[in-house]
Write a protein that binds this ligand. Structure first.
Ligand code: FAD
Length: 508
């Protein structure tokens, strides 16, 4: 019998012996009506014959697919590149990148101006009422020593590094700072953007004068390197600007080779007049001492302390920073009576005021000002009148240089560009802050106002932040040379982002 031949091949049987195919779907005619596929639309005039729409979709789908995958691979590649770049960043760069993002975000919120958050620093000003500045503090979180470059003789640090730590770090490696001001807890950032006077300032100037370069985070979120040759306008405007031009995120400071000991001499003086004469003579002498400072204890009592580097002690040793030692100021007063010479390890000498001048680590400096040296005697007399209950005065000579583009602080226009002028830094010591706050200094705010006016009239500069009722904005602007400062603040995008130097000074 012949097998009937059908049109539909039996797919369950492979003709060439290969795997069996799945059964063919039933023909539409065999399906019950509800399951029959809809009839294809009748071709309208002008359309291509059956099959043309599918190929048109295919021609659109392929480039679309290629574009999407191309875009995706581009995104992935840039993400991977970013991750690789981020992984290559040093920890310092990562910290700065994070801070930059914070500044950009918080500046974008437009909810108030920014200032530096309080770090490890100290409160130096006499505070009798609450601060007036409403700026939003940003915590910088930058406090690492980055690199000591002995070839270039600079150390690169983050601004939150404290003086105590930096001096110890350098001493262990045989180096030191030419100017090492402030108590242990004062920071590099605070001393470059604030005052920065030390017993070596008659030779080297202020702490900011020993800066080789800054890295500054601007209001735009950009970080720029600033030195005498890179952005020189910003470089000269930064000292004493109190974070109002940008946040300093790294500083290169000059270093000098250290010698292990310091030979210290204590010279008694009969009173302020003699002390002023001695300080000026010592500071101006070409072969004068490496360090010089003076203390006025009372109307007829004072001491001038001079010091020189030494390789080894040749007499009495004194580790002035040991825990059981008195404050250096009290020690100097006692030693002046015997006129003795003694040898102090360099690290101890640099940190001699680390526990405060009155034996209290957080004592208040009621006021501090820099005045041209020839006004020193008058200033000492004035301080004794207006701060009659103060605990004494601390005086250090400092040479200020008039830059080609003068910044906030420097000699007046009668001094030529590049010339130096001798100033005297006078700090009025006022006991522990608690005592100052309790009103132990009578009429403290009135005294601060009179002090500021006196200093301003003699081309001096008030060094510590003002008391809230201190100089008015106009007086502040006439005290400091704001010509360059105003231009730089505008040019570098600080306006509207960082709090102004006057408001910052009035707030702490
Ligand atoms: C016991 C004692 C001894 C002192 N001895 C000295 C001395 O020898 N010489 C001297 O000059 N001063 C001395 N002072 C004063 C003191 O050093 C200054 O007040 C100094 O500015 C404090 O530094 P700080 O680290 O606390 O800074 P802060 O008070 O935190 O900052 C000072 C200013 O700098 C700004 N600032 C800080 N970091 C940055 C940054 N990264 N970027 C931008 N701006 C920043 C702040 O906004 C602020 O306006 C003494 C004070 C005391 C109490």
């Amino acid at each position: 019998m012949k097998t009937p031949v059908t049109d539909t091949p039996d797919r369950s049987v492979a003709h060439d012996g290969a795997a069996a195919l799945p059964p063919a779907p039933p023909s539409p005619a065999a399906l019950p009506a509800p399951y029959a596929p809809p009839a294809p639309p009748a071709p309208s005039a002008g359309t291509r014959p059956s099959g043309a729409p599918r190929s048109r979709h295919r021609t659109l789908t392929v480039p679309l697919f290629l574009a999407v995958t191309g875009l995706l691979s581009l995104v992935c590649a840039s993400y991977a590149a970013c991750r690789r770049a981020l992984r290559r960043l040093t920890p310092h760069e990562k910290r700065v990148a994070r801070l930059g993002a914070t500044v950009r975000r918080r500046a974008g919120e437009r909810a108030g101006l920014l200032c530096t958050g309080s770090g490890a620093g100290v409160r130096a000003a006499l505070r009798t009422s609450s601060p007036t500045c409403a700026a939003r503090p940003v915590r910088l979180g930058l406090d690492a020593v980055l690199r000591l470059d002995t070839e270039r003789r600079v150390v690169r640090v983050e601004p939150g590094v404290t003086m105590g730590r930096l001096v110890r770090h350098l001493a262990r490696r045989g180096w030191t700072l030419p100017v090492a001001p402030g108590p242990d807890s004062a920071t590099v950032g605070g001393l470059t953007m604030g005052c920065g006077v030390d017993a070596a300032s008659h030779r080297y100037g202020l702490f900011a004068d020993t800066v080789e370069s800054y890295d500054v985070l601007l209001g735009t979120g950009e970080v720029v390197r600033v030195s005498a040759t890179e952005h020189p306008d910003l470089f000269h405007a930064l000292p004493w600007s109190r974070g109002s031009l940008g946040f300093v995120v790294a500083v290169e400071l000059r270093v000098v080779p250290a010698r292990p000991w310091v030979e210290v001499r204590y010279h008694p003086v009969a009173g302020p007049e003699e002390m002023c004469r001695d300080l000026t003579r010592l500071a101006e002498a070409a072969d004068g001492p490496a360090f010089v400072e003076g203390f006025v204890h009372g109307p007829g009592e004072g001491v001038v302390v001079t010091a020189e580097f030494a390789d080894r002690p040749r007499g009495r040793r004194n580790h002035v920073r040991r825990w059981y030692k008195p404050s250096f100021r009290a020690h100097a007063r006692a030693r002046a009576r015997t006129g003795a010479v003694e040898y102090v390890p360099l690290g101890h000498y640099h940190r001699r005021h680390g526990r405060g001048l009155l034996g209290h680590p957080r004592h208040a400096v009621a006021q501090e000002a820099l005045v041209p040296a020839h006004h020193l005697e008058d200033l000492v007399r004035h301080c004794r009148q207006v701060f009659e209950e103060a605990d004494g005065l601390w005086v250090r000579p400092a040479r200020l240089t008039r830059g080609a583009t003068p910044g906030l602080v420097g000699p007046g226009p009668e001094v030529g560009a590049g010339q130096r002028q001798l100033f005297m830094d006078v700090a009025v010591l006022a006991g522990a802050p608690g005592r100052a706050r309790r009103g132990a200094l009578r009429d403290a705010e009135d005294a601060a106002r009179r002090f500021a006016a006196w200093v301003n009239a003699r081309q001096g500069f008030q060094a510590v932040p003002h008391a809230p009722s201190g100089p008015a904005r106009d007086e502040h602007r006439s005290m400091f040379d704001c010509w360059l400062y105003d231009r730089v603040r505008h040019a570098y995008g600080a306006e509207g982002v960082f709090v102004d130097a006057y408001d910052r000074a009035a707030s702490r």
